[in-house]
Ligand binder design. Structure first.
Ligand code: URA
Length: 240
């Protein structure tokens, strides 16, 4: 059993103060009756709750797909730059949200924002082999030797060794553009992998995590909620 005001705060209906005001104003119903007491204890598995006419779902976890724009940082707070949390639409905002994994400030594409720590850990742990694919544009041509080096596992100048990675051309006629598939998230990993082969990444975009692909309908900077099937898709592609 949890307090009504806590439940509504966790599900994004406002701060604790705001939801207490909402409840006292008569905008909240419990099992069809108006409930004006913020400290009412209830269980969303059994009790039906609405707030401002919206049903309050039992699931306290939320999973958001963002098409991250360049220029914002993958953090919850930053003194200098806008964060991915700052640019979330108001209807998704709630306490405890964080980006599950980081994309560099200048990297675009698929980013998942959630309040589910266990899920994030599972998705990011290299041992779970959830592959992430990136489209990379390089300042020079990719050679067969570079493809082979990626396959064998790049070793950085500090001795850190990367797991074997797949590198293929998005278009055979264009040797400056490639798709990279990795299951780790070392700091600046893709950029450093190419840089150790003498190439600079001029544009980087993440296009998939597991079998979940960035929706082509999602314009840069916009978001959508993930379904249970989307979440399953993330862990479906991890058998390679
Ligand atoms: N690798 C990078 O170098 N940058 C990213 O943002 C993601 C992967």
């Amino acid at each position: 059993m949890e307090r009504l005001d806590k439940i509504l705060t966790e599900r994004g209906f406002g701060s604790r103060k705001e939801v207490q005001k909402l409840i006292r104003s008569g905008a909240v119903t419990v099992n069809g009756e108006t409930c004006k007491k913020p400290d009412t204890k209830l269980d969303l598995q059994k009790d039906d709750v609405t707030a401002s006419g919206r049903a309050v779902g039992a699931d306290k976890y939320i999973y958001i797909m963002m098409n991250k724009p360049a220029g914002v940082v993958s953090a919850t707070q930053d003194n200098r730059d806008k964060t991915v949390i700052d640019i979330l639409p108001a209807e998704y905002k709630r306490p405890g949200l964080f980006p599950a994994g980081r994309l560099d400030k200048d990297t675009e594409g698929l980013l998942i924002i959630t309040n589910d720590g266990d899920f994030a850990h599972k998705m990011l742990s290299p041992s779970k082999k959830v592959y992430k694919q990136y489209e990379a544009e390089l300042d020079g041509e990719i050679t067969d030797d570079i493809i082979r080096a990626f396959k064998e596992g790049i070793v950085f100048s500090d001795g850190a060794k990367c797991l074997p990675a797949e590198l293929r051309f998005a278009d055979e006629k264009d040797k400056n553009n490639a798709v990279v598939k990795i299951c780790e998230g070392k700091f600046h990993q893709v950029k450093k992998m190419f840089s150790s082969c003498g190439l600079r990444v001029v544009h980087l975009k993440r296009i998939s995590i597991g079998n979940l692909y960035l929706s082509s309908k999602l314009t840069i900077g916009s978001c959508k909620l993930l379904t249970k099937l989307d979440i399953e898709a993330i862990f479906m592609g991890n058998i390679h």
